[in-house]
Every structure is written in structure tokens, then in C-alpha cells.
Design a protein around this ligand. Structure first.
Ligand code: SF4
Length: 272
């Protein structure tokens, strides 16, 4: 697939944390657009994507001079009160373009020099391993959450064919943990998985968050319904997994091997 990448010069980087992210003072998106282009990604229905001709997943805007902008904004924000940052809400900060552009890395460098009170990094990319040196310097002020919606690679390929493999994400969790970085496995959205998924995660993490289209898309599942994802479930004859109660299929298995304190549902798992 041809990817179009552009350079933009935004005036600001930090956005106010609202709605689902109201526990945060700010959200931070190093890029606009995301070339993982997951089938269920509802960002494609947001203004950032709706006003583009190109299809979601085929373009990315690289924010130039991002570090310098963040440095100023962070300084100002910290003068006003506690700063907690969610990175990222409408892009993956470690999508493939980050290999070359290093925008996310440059933002972490700023945050190491002038740390926010808390930083939550949300990604599905093994590239986050490159920045272990910086993440370590944020000590307990950071949590890295790796999206692992399923343990089934065939399901991953159907729903998110451009995203990293499940094995690579599990390996990333293992390496981050070994490095001593606070981590979370995030099953969001819940996709059809195998009965051994909870045990696989038990061996890797002490914190799991479960979220689905119905709790987590901000509209009780309506946004996701508009994406037409249900047809994928029909094609796979896995309709049972597209249901407001389907998260229980995995959650109850997790409850067998994780304690209540280690398990989080929906928004709770993303809070600072
Ligand atoms: S990685 Fe996240 S932001 Fe990117 S397409 Fe997938 S769901 Fe959307």
C-alpha cells in the first residue's frame, strides 16, 4: 500500500484531556494519521480523517519542531498545576514512520528533562523498545500500555493486517518488564481469542486492561457499528464475540489468574 507522508508545522501539541481521557490534563499526538489503519479504528470517523481525501491508514502527517513546541507548552502547563499526559489518543506514537522521524523520541527527551507528573504511552509497536533508555529515566512517572487485542495471529491479520504481530507485542511486554518499566497489557478492543490467552498474559504482566467497542468507543458501540466491522465477525462465523457481553469470554478467564487489583475494565485501565 502506498503511504503518503507530509510534514506539518503545528502551533500546539498538548490538547486538553476530555471525555474518556478526562483523568488527564493533556493528550499528546506526535503524528496526525496512523498507517496501521486498523479496521476498527474509529479515528477514521473523526474530523481529522473525514476532511481528507485519502483513506485512513494511508497517510501520516509528521509534526515538525515538535520537541521545541512541547518544551514551551510543558513548562507553561506545569506552572499552572499537575500535568498528566496520554500519548496517544488518535495515532500510534510508534507507528512505522517513527523509525525514521523520531518525533516521539524527541518528545520523550523533552519529558526526561522536564518530567510531567505522569505519562501514559499507548502503542502496539515493538519500536517502543528503542526508547527504553528514556522511559527508564521517567521512573515511576510512566506506564507503557501495549495493545494486545487477542492472542490469535489469524484474527490479528483479519482485523489489523498492517499492525505488528502478536508475538512481537508479547515479546515487547517481556523486554519492557525485564528492563523495569511499568507496563500494562491492553486487550482493547476485545477480539476473539483462545482459552489460553489469560495464562499467556499472566506470565508476562501484572496489570491488564480490558475494553471493547461497547464500553470504550465513547458512543456505546454506535461509532464502531458505523464502521461495518460486524461483517468481519460474520465472515469468520464468530458473531458471538460481537456483543456487549462478549468481553466476559476473556475477562472471566483473566479473573482466574489475575487478582482484582491487577484487572481493569475500560476507562479505569487508562487512568493516570
Ligand atoms: S494503531 Fe490505534 S490509532 Fe492507529 S489505526 Fe490502529 S487503532 Fe487507530
Amino acid at each position: 500500500m502506498k503511504i503518503e507522508s507530509n510534514y506539518t508545522s503545528p502551533k500546539t501539541l498538548l490538547n486538553k484531556g476530555t471525555g474518556y481521557l478526562s483523568g488527564y490534563s493533556h493528550s499528546l499526538n506526535p503524528y496526525t494519521g496512523c498507517t496501521y489503519g486498523c479496521s476498527y479504528c474509529y479515528v477514521r470517523q473523526m474530523p481529522v480523517s473525514l476532511f481528507r481525501k485519502e483513506e485512513w491508514g494511508t497517510w501520516v502527517d509528521v509534526k515538525q519542531e515538535a520537541a521545541a513546541i512541547l518544551q514551551k507548552e510543558l513548562h507553561k502547563a506545569k506552572a499552572k498545576g499537575p500535568v498528566s499526559i496520554f500519548m496517544s489518543s488518535s495515532t500510534d506514537p510508534y507507528q512505522p514512520v517513527e523509525h525514521k522521524e523520531e518525533v516521539t523520541r524527541s518528545l520523550l527527551e523533552v519529558m526526561v528533562q522536564d518530567p510531567p507528573d505522569f505519562l501514559f504511552v499507548q502503542t502496539r509497536s515493538p519500536l517502543v523498545r528503542r526508547d527504553i533508555d528514556l522511559l527508564l529515566r521517567l521512573e515511576d512517572k510512566v506506564r507503557v500500555s501495549i495493545t494486545v487485542e487477542t492472542d490469535r495471529e489469524d484474527i490479528r491479520q483479519k482485523f489489523t493486517p498492517s499492525a505488528p504481530s502478536i508475538a512481537a507485542r508479547l515479546k515487547t511486554l517481556q523486554l519492557l518488564r525485564e528492563a523495569g518499566i511499568p507496563i500494562q497489557a491492553t486487550i482493547a478492543p476485545v477480539l476473539p481469542s483462545s482459552p489460553t490467552f489469560p495464562a499467556t498474559l499472566r506470565a508476562l504482566v501484572d496489570r491488564v486492561c480490558v475494553d471493547d467497542y461497547f464500553m470504550g468507543d465513547g458512543s456505546g458501540g454506535k461509532r464502531t457499528r458505523r464502521l461495518g466491522i460486524y461483517s468481519l465477525y460474520e465472515e469468520l462465523q464468530l458473531e458471538d464475540w460481537y456483543d456487549p457481553a462478549a468481553y466476559r469470554l476473556v475477562y472471566e478467564g483473566l479473573q482466574q489468574v489475575f487478582s482484582e487489583e491487577e484487572l481493569f475494565l475500560s476507562q479505569k485501565g487508562f487512568e493516570p
